[in-house]
Design a protein around this ligand. Structure first.
Ligand SMILES: [Zn+2]
Length: 341
């Protein structure tokens, strides 16, 4: 999907408005959606990680629900869900504000929308003025403040509409987002460092200066070694990286694979040791410069950043057959709640 997006970018017609909007969208997206409210340090070290997501710790005041006066585009759906629709006039957060959403809500909700949309639309250069977005969401008592229950995005660039439905599959630890056919929205890595995680909260094309992929997962989630590897170093630059681990995979010994912000490194993981693939090497944490529990997973070839979604084999997970009827029923109920049907 990443490669396809790039070739699409090259073929894009050079409409001046598109170019201007594209630049503005990207800059504003970075500024509005992914930057924390605190000041940014001047220099980033090689493996410095800033959890620059939308999840700057909310104040109590921030939790007060906005919008006593609903704008025309904002309504309350059944079951305590809220709905919102607007057309894109620039970056998602700006579009939400122009569409009548209160600033804080727009900032938080647009960050969540971006995490989903990034799997279908390149946010840097494929958002077009006039694209339509509809969101069904609800306030939740977590750092992200809101949870998207379903979303629809109509892409002028792709000439099609994308749908996203949150669904909790029985027996699984976390809910996930699926398309209308019951295929999971996020791509999965084979030999993934985590077997269970809540969501991928950052991929490389979302934040170009961020060198890794972030997996949101609870503290203590087991971390597995993706490939047979030699341990190169452990816990350097604790202030930024927290407890961390760097390994060299034996089949590509020049590469370095890093795991940051760990709660702890597993026993027996010592510099110089060769460990088999699938060995438990540590546990997800929130150490170093990190604002929420997650794994930062980074692959380097010298100074060059390697995209884990290219280095690993990837796949799309579909709901198992026996879940499809329940999912479709859930989806049809949500479809009835979108502002436009
Ligand atoms: Zn990260």
């Amino acid at each position: 999907m990443i490669r396809k997006n790039r070739s699409m970018m090259r073929r894009a017609t050079l409409n001046p408005m598109v170019i201007m909007a594209g630049g503005a969208i990207f800059m504003a997206l970075v500024a509005l959606v992914f930057w924390p409210r605190n000041t940014r340090p001047k220099a980033q070290q090689n493996t410095l990680h800033l959890q620059r997501a939308s999840v700057a710790a909310p104040t109590q005041a921030a939790r007060v629900q906005p919008n006593a006066q609903d704008t025309p585009s904002q309504t309350t759906a059944s079951g305590g869900l809220k709905t919102f629709q607007t057309t894109m006039v620039g970056p998602i957060s700006l579009s939400f504000k122009k569409g009548g959403m209160e600033t804080k809500e727009a900032t938080f909700l647009s960050a969540l929308a971006a995490r989903l949309l990034i799997w279908r639309v390149n946010l840097r250069n494929e958002i077009r003025r006039g694209d339509k977005i509809e969101v069904i969401y609800r306030p939740v008592d977590t750092q992200s403040l809101y949870e998207i229950i379903a979303m629809r995005y109509n892409s002028t660039k792709h000439n099609r509409s994308y749908a996203f439905y949150r669904y909790q599959e029985p027996g699984r630890r976390f809910a996930a987002y699926y398309d209308a056919e019951g295929n999971e929205i996020e791509q999965k890595l084979r030999n993934a460092p985590l077997r269970e995680y809540e969501q991928v909260t950052s991929i490389l094309k979302m934040r170009p200066k961020h060198k890794g992929v972030d997996f949101k997962a609870p503290v203590g989630t087991k971390l597995y070694l993706p490939f047979r590897s030699r341990v190169v170093r452990t816990t350097w630059n604790f202030r930024f990286n927290g407890n961390c681990l760097e390994v060299a995979p034996l089949h590509k010994p020049n590469l370095r694979i890093m795991f940051l912000h760990l709660q702890k490194i597993a026993d027996g993981v010592k510099v110089g040791r060769v460990l088999p693939a699938n060995a438990v090497i540590g546990y997800v944490g929130n150490t170093g410069r990190s604002t929420a529990p997650h794994l930062h997973y980074q692959i380097m070839d010298g100074r060059k950043v390697i995209d884990p979604f290219r280095f690993h084999e990837t796949y799309t997970r579909a709901l198992p057959e026996e879940q499809r009827a329940a999912f479709q029923q859930h989806r049809r109920q949500l479809d009835l709640q979108f502002p436009t049907r």
